[in-house]
Design a protein around this ligand. Structure first.
Ligand code: ADP
Ligand code: MG
Length: 627
C-alpha cells in the first residue's frame, strides 16, 4: 500500500510562512510535539480506565532523543497511536477556513502562539526546524496496521505501510540546516526544562549517571558504584495539582525553591483551586519585596494543563499582583490570541477578579488570625496592600479592613483606629482632621519632635508607593487631609483658633524680613514672619505640601513631569516671638544683624539635613568665630 496526496490547504506556500513568522519562537516545536505525545498517552490511559482498551499499558514514558549524525530528533510515545486514516484526518487537514485568510491575518503576527493556537497548527510547528517530518504510528485498535507518513514541507505527503510493532507514535524530525543548533544535548535539555518540567506523563531524555549502593567492603563499609539511569526531566504531579489538605508547609517551600532556587523563603502563599465558572489551579507566593520591586516582576509562570506557556502574565494577573511569584495553570485562558482580545475576554476578567478576591481573603485571614505576626510582616506586605488598594477598586473595598498605618513610634493602626486616635487632637478649625507623616524620620526629626510636643502623632510614609497611597487616603477618608510634618511650621500644620499673636510691630516685621532676605540671598527661599510659640525654633525652613507632592509624584513617574522640572522653593518661617529675633533687631551693626540671621537660618537648614558642602563649612567657621 502506498498513497500520495495533497494536504488540504489552498496555498502552496504555507510552510515558508510558518517558518518565517515563527522563527523567533521556533523552540516551541518541542513543546507542541511533546504535548501531543502526552495527550496521546493520557488518552490511552483513559480508554483503559473506561474498559475500552484491554491490552497492556506497559511503560508509557515519552522519550525524546536525537542523533547528531543522522540529524534527527525523535519524539516517541506509547499513546493510542493513529491509523493511516486517522493521520489523514488529523494531520493532513489543517484546521482553518482558508489559506488566504491565514496569510492575510498573520502576516504581522509577533507570536507563534497566536498562529498555532488559532489554527491548530501545533503539529506543523515541526516544520519550523525540520525539512522533512516522518510519523511512524501503530494504533491501539485491534487489527490496526502500522502507518508511516512522510512530508518534506511542501504541500504533498506520502503515506505508506509502517514498521512500528508497538502501540504508539514516533515523530521523526529531519532537522534543516539553519536549525542544527537543536542537535545538542544541553540545548534540548534546556527547552525541555523550560516547557515540559511539570507535564503529567514521565518524559525521558537520554541517560544520566547516578551513584547507587553496591554491598559492603571487608571492613563493613558501604560500597558505591555508578550506574546509567533514565534521565527523567519532569515532575508529573506538581503541587498545584494536589489538594491543599495533602500538603505541608515544607512542600510549598520546597516547590518555591525548585522554581526560584536563589530566592529567600516566601512570607506565605495561596493555593488557588477553582473549577467553576472557569478552571484554574495554582500556587501564588508572597515574596519578601521591600522597595526594589521592579526587578521582582514577571515571576509568575503560566501553564495550560501543566505545559509551560509563558511568564508574561500581564493581562491575567492584576497589575498589583505582578509582584507575586508562583504558578497559575488554566486551560481556560485563551493563550493563543492577541493581547487586546485577551483583555476583553470574559474568562480573563473573571480569573482576574478571582485572584484579587483570594489574595484579599488571605490577607484578611492573616490579619484576623494573628495581628502581631501580621504587623511583623507589614514591611513586606504593606506594599502589596497599598498598591492593590490604589489600583483595584474591589481590593480597596476589602483592604480598608486590613491596611495598617505605622507611626514614628512603631505602632500600627487600622484606618478606623487611627481616625479615632487623632480626631480629638488633630482637627483644625475647619473641621478637617490632619494626618501628619514623615517620609524620612531622620531628616525630619526636628519637625517630628515639634509635632510630638504638641501631642500630634506622625505616620511613617517612606515607601515609593506612599505618595500615591496618600492621595488615595485623602480621596477615601472623609474630611481628612495629609500633610508632611515639615510642610509648615507646627502651628500652621494644623490651624487652630488659638494661634499665637505676632509680638513684632509691622515696622519691625518688615525690618526682620529685610535682614533675612539679605542674609539668605537666594530666590528659592521666601521669607515670612509668623507669630509662633516662643519655645519653637527661631527659624524653620518648610516646603509647601502641594508643591512637594507634585515633585515627588513626578520623580516616581506619577505623571505631571512639569512639576519635576521646577526648582525647589522653600518657605523660611521666622518666629517673631522668639528671643533671637529680638536680639537680631537690637544688634549693633547691620553686619552683625546679617551674621546672626545667617546663623539662625543655617541652624534651620542643619536641622533638616539641608546644610551641606561649602555652606556647611562656612557655618562651622562662623560658629567657631562666634565662640
Ligand atoms: P492539537 O494538539 O491542538 O489537536 P496538533 O496539530 O498538535 O493539534 O495535532 C493534531 C492532531 O493530531 C491531534 O489532535 C491528534 O489527534 C493527532 N496527533 C498528533 N500527535 C499525535 C500523537 N503523538 N499520537 C496520536 N495522535 C496525535
Ligand atoms: Mg497539539
Amino acid at each position: 500500500m502506498q498513497e500520495k496526496g495533497t494536504i488540504s490547504i489552498h496555498t502552496e506556500n504555507i510552510f515558508p510562512i510558518i517558518k518565517k513568522f515563527l522563527y523567533s519562537d521556533n523552540e516551541i516545536f518541542l513543546r507542541e510535539l511533546v504535548s501531543n505525545a502526552v495527550d496521546a498517552t493520557q488518552k490511552i490511559k483513559r480508554l483503559a480506565t473506561l474498559g475500552q482498551y484491554t491490552g497492556e499499558l506497559g511503560d508509557t514514558t515519552v522519550e525524546v532523543s536525537f542523533d547528531k549524525d543522522k540529524k534527527t530528533i525523535t519524539i516517541s510515545d506509547r499513546g493510542l497511536g493513529m491509523t493511516a486514516e486517522e493521520i489523514k484526518k488529523y494531520i493532513n487537514q489543517i484546521a482553518f477556513s482558508g489559506a488566504t485568510e491565514f496569510v492575510e491575518k498573520f502576516k504581522d503576527a509577533k507570536d507563534a502562539n497566536e498562529i498555532i493556537g488559532k489554527f491548530g497548527l501545533g503539529f506543523y510547528s515541526a516544520f519550523m526546524v525540520a525539512h522533512t517530518v516522518e510519523i511512524n504510528s501503530l494504533s491501539y485498535q485491534e487489527g490496526a496496521e502500522p502507518a508511516k507518513w512522510t512530508c518534506d514541507g511542501s504541500t504533498t505527503f506520502e503515506i505508506a505501510e509502517g514498521s512500528r510493532t508497538e502501540r504508539g507514535t514516533d515523530i521523526i524530525l529531519h532537522i534543516n540546516e539553519e536549525s542544527e543548533e537543536f542537535l545538542d544535548k544541553w540545548k534540548l535539555q534546556g527547552i525541555l526544562d523550560k516547557y515540559c518540567k511539570f507535564l503529567p506523563v514521565s518524559i525521558k531524555f537520554g541517560t544520566k549517571t547516578e551513584s547507587v549502593e553496591d554491598g559492603e567492603d571487608e571492613e563493613g563499609k558501604k560500597k558505591w558504584k555508578s550506574v546509567e539511569v533514565d534521565n527523567i526531566i519532569n515532575t508529573t504531579s506538581p503541587i498545584w495539582t494536589k489538594s491543599p489538605s495533602d500538603l505541608k508547609d515544607e512542600d510549598y517551600l520546597a516547590f518555591y525553591k525548585e522554581l526560584y532556587p536563589m530566592s529567600e523563603d516566601p512570607l506565605f502563599w495561596i493555593h488557588l483551586n477553582v473549577d467553576y465558572p472557569f478552571n484554574l489551579t495554582g500556587v501564588l507566593y508572597f515574596p519578601k519585596v521591600k522597595n526594589d520591586f521592579d526587578f521582582q516582576k514577571n515571576k509568575i509562570k503560566l501553564f495550560s494543563r501543566q505545559v509551560f506557556i509563558t511568564d508574561e502574565v500581564k493581562d491575567i494577573v492584576p497589575e498589583f499582583l505582578m509582584l507575586l511569584h508562583g504558578v497559575i495553570d488554566s486551560p481556560d485562558i485563551p493563550l493563543n490570541v492577541s493581547r487586546s482580545f485577551l483583555q476583553a475576554d470574559g474568562n480573563v476578567k473573571k480569573i482576574n477578579n478571582y485572584i484579587t478576591k483570594k489574595v484579599a481573603d488571605k490577607l484578611a485571614e492573616l490579619y484576623k488570625k494573628d495581628r502581631k505576626v501580621y504587623e511583623e510582616k507589614w514591611n513586606d506586605i504593606g506594599l502589596f496592600v497599598k498598591y492593590g488598594m490604589i489600583s483595584e477598586e474591589k481590593f480597596a473595598e476589602k483592604g480598608k479592613d486590613f491596611v495598617l498605618l505605622k507611626n514614628t513610634k512603631g505602632e500600627f493602626y487600622t484606618l478606623p483606629e487611627y481616625k479615632e486616635k487623632v480626631q480629638a487632637t488633630q482637627k483644625d478649625k475647619n473641621d478637617q482632621t490632619i494626618y501628619l507623616y514623615a517620609t524620612d524620620v531622620n531628616k525630619q526629626d526636628a519637625f517630628i519632635q515639634s509635632a510630638n510636643k504638641k501631642d500630634y502623632d506622625v505616620l511613617v510614609m517612606d515607601s515609593p508607593i506612599d505618595s500615591h497611597f496618600i492621595q488615595h487616603l485623602e480621596g477615601k477618608e472623609e474630611k481628612t487631609q495629609l500633610k508632611r510634618v515639615d510642610a509648615d511650621v507646627v502651628e500652621k500644620l494644623i490651624q487652630k483658633d488659638d494661634a499665637y499673636a505676632n509680638l513684632l510691630s509691622e515696622e519691625q516685621s518688615t525690618k526682620v524680613k529685610e535682614i533675612f532676605e539679605k542674609a539668605i540671598d537666594n530666590k528659592s527661599y521666601s521669607v515670612e514672619i509668623e507669630g509662633l510659640n516662643p519655645e519653637e525654633l527661631p527659624v524653620t525652613v518648610t516646603m509647601d505640601e502641594f508643591m512637594r507632592r507634585m515633585k515627588d509624584m513626578a520623580a516616581t513617574g506619577g505623571g505631571m513631569g512639569f512639576y519635576g522640572s521646577l526648582p525647589d522653593s522653600y518657605k523660611v518661617a521666622i518666629n517673631g516671638n522668639h528671643g533671637v529675633i529680638d536680639k537680631i533687631l537690637k544688634a549693633d551693626s547691620e553686619e552683625e544683624q546679617t551674621k546672626l540671621a545667617k546663623q539662625a537660618f543655617d541652624l534651620a537648614l542643619l536641622a533638616q539635613g539641608l546644610l551641606t558642602g561649602k555652606d556647611l563649612t562656612a557655618f562651622v567657621q562662623r560658629s567657631v568665630g562666634m565662640i
